[in-house]
Design a protein. Structure first.
Length: 336
């Protein structure tokens, strides 16, 4: 049997190598199908760019997961991980259809809800000590569907969604060694698309990629709660804080102003940073640096769950400082 360290290295190497090769093929496939994101007032790109390249890492991760699960039939909560994998493939296919045909929001949301409910049904109880089972399932379902869509909202500049997914998957592989190979293949495959998705992007991951990542990452975060509720809760919040706080704050602000939450806009903090003149690469590199700090925070919270709340509060403060800084620079630019 191979040493655990070697298995982990081979997993991420396999994901990256195959992901890099297949991402190029996916890009050419999207071009052949004429799947382009045209330039509009919300766009952060300046030329029509092919979309849908995310199906490359979906195929790689899903195939690996199914093969790995076949040989790991004694894995704890095998049914849940299998359901998560299969439902993730359905979510990705739904995103692919949306990339190709622009399906209605109602159909998209309904299908997402069904996929999430299937997974929540097989997810072991999490908050049974604190609330009735029906309330727990409803809460997790709502949070899960929200994370799918906020991840899609946050995929607005080159590389940001891929970088965030890589960061989250790598850290969760540390926190959940029993399913680390799946997470490492996912992180490697997503890194593979960065060659084509980094600014200036030659291909966008599209809804097929962003909704899949939102779905699958949320599924693994909720799974971490079943292994260690306190540690899983705080580490999940910390590693996803940049996306959760930006998307949630922006949504609340738009609702207060009476704006439709589903209407296209450029009010996320990362979009406001690019509007001030920062390049996509500059913004994403800053996200990487902040996430590096948050990664250390998450590891500390995992090692000492009792102080996880304080560590998360520190994480929120850092995000608030960044947000205030962006707001200040915006005001400074308007005065000039």
């Amino acid at each position: 049997m191979l040493p655990e360290g070697l298995v982990q290295f081979l997993s991420i190497f396999l994901g990256f190598a195959v992901g890099t090769i297949y991402a190029g093929k996916a890009m050419r496939k999207c071009i052949d199908l004429g799947l382009y994101n045209e330039v509009n007032e919300r766009s952060s790109h300046k030329t029509p760019t092919p979309r849908g390249g995310g199906y490359a890492f979906v195929v790689i991760t899903s195939l690996f997961s199914l093969i790995w699960l076949y040989f790991k039939d004694n894995l704890e909560h095998h049914t849940y991980i299998t359901t998560l994998t299969l439902s993730g493939m359905c979510i990705a296919y739904l995103g692919w259809l949306d990339d190709r045909y622009n399906i209605s929001a109602k159909l998209r949301f309904s299908c997402q809800l069904i996929a999430v409910c299937l997974c929540v049904y097989t997810l072991p109880n999490v908050f049974s000590e604190f609330m009735p089972l029906y309330a727990e399932k409803a809460l997790i379902t709502l949070a899960w569907v929200w994370f799918i869509n906020l991840y899609n909202f946050m995929d607005g500049i080159d590389g940001i969604a891929a970088v965030q997914a890589t960061f989250m998957a790598l850290l969760m592989s540390i926190f959940m060694p029993s399913i680390a190979p799946i997470l490492l293949v996912l992180s490697g495959a997503v890194m593979g698309i960065l060659r084509f998705n980094w600014h200036p992007a030659r291909v966008f991951m599209g809804d097929v990629g962003s909704t899949y990542l939102g779905f699958i990452l949320a599924g693994f975060m909720f799974y971490s709660l079943t292994l260690n509720l306190v540690a899983g809760f705080w580490t999940s919040l910390i590693i996803s804080s940049i996306f959760i706080l930006d998307a949630t704050f922006t949504l609340i602000k738009r609702l207060i102003k009476g704006k439709a939450p589903w209407q296209a806009h450029k009010e996320h903090f990362y979009q406001r940073a690019t509007s001030m003149g920062m390049s996509h690469s500059q913004v994403v590199i800053r996200v990487v640096l902040i996430n590096t700090l948050f990664g250390l925070n998450a590891i500390l919270a995992f090692a000492a769950p009792s102080i996880g709340g304080y560590i998360f509060a520190f994480t929120v403060i850092i995000c608030a400082i960044v947000a205030v800084r962006i707001k200040y620079l915006e005001g400074d630019l308007k005065k000039r």
